[in-house]
Design a protein around this ligand. Structure first.
Ligand code: GLP
Length: 243
């Protein structure tokens, strides 16, 4: 595991964006796994800047998002679909046919989840997976106790996740209680993983995930078993690490 500690959130975003851009320039048909939440916003902003400076093109890139709230459609401003178009896709040259986000309004969720896995396999698997981390160590919406063998499926959100994500909704009561999420196993199949975290609220989860035991109590601790993980942090998120 490679750990990069940056001086600021701005630097974190720039470093992560450079890493993604380098991977795309090396392999223009990169299959990119994407995350949502506040953490990758700076990274997406920097990627847009790199694109505007013509240093990277997304024309042939394919993307798969980690998760989506159940019951929210693409036009709902708190859906991850809306987030991705608003914060990244509308400002780069990606082909919308190459974008895949779980369908939160699907009427046949079993088929949707199975299709998601098949589609990832169909394009040869994810080359580079971007991850954020929850305050409880979750990745995607894989909450503590999620089996490491899990695949894309419908999940229940932990109470702390509902609380943490309430800021993206008008009312706490509006936060969906369920989501579709890629599983731990689906994530671990990515060839390379880049985990991002900033702020003091993530220090516990980062310390447990990087230096604690590998346990389903802390989903991101599974990353210790992956051969190619880069962790990009700011100083606050890195504060509890023993270096
Ligand atoms: C959400 C998402 C995760 C994200 C995490 C952290 O629940 N499902 O993919 O990594 O929470 O979010 P944030 O970056 O806003 O702290």
């Amino acid at each position: 595991m490679r750990v990069i500690i940056t001086d600021s959130y701005d630097q974190l975003g720039k470093q992560a964006a450079q890493l993604i851009s380098d991977s795309i320039n090396e392999k223009p048909k990169l299959v990119l796994g994407l995350a949502t939440g506040s953490t990758p916003l700076g990274t997406y902003k920097s990627l847009i800047e790199l694109h505007q400076k013509q240093q990277v093109s997304f024309k042939q890139v394919r993307t798969f998002n980690l998760d989506e709230y159940l019951g929210l459609g693409p036009d709902h401003p708190s859906s991850y679909h809306y987030y991705m178009y608003n914060n990244l896709f509308n400002q780069i040259d990606i082909n919308p046919d190459n974008v895949r986000i779980p369908k939160g309004l699907s009427e046949d969720l079993d088929t949707e989840c199975a299709d998601y896995e098949k589609e990832i396999k169909g394009v040869g698997g994810i080359d580079l997976q971007i991850l954020g981390i929850g305050v409880n160590g979750h990745i995607g919406f894989n909450e503590p106790q999620t089996p490491f063998g899990s695949r894309t499926r419908v999940v229940d959100l932990a109470q702390e996740t509902i609380e943490a994500n309430a800021r993206f909704f008008d009312n706490r009561a509006d936060v969906p209680r369920q989501a579709i999420s890629m599983g731990i196993r689906s994530i671990m199949h990515a060839r390379r993983i880049v985990l991002l975290a900033n702020g003091a609220s993530k220090a516990w989860a980062i310390e447990r995930s990087l230096q604690g035991p590998v346990t389903e109590d802390v989903p991101a601790s599974v990353l210790q078993l992956h051969p190619d993980v880069t962790v990009v942090l700011d100083r606050e998120a890195a504060a509890s690490l023993t270096l």
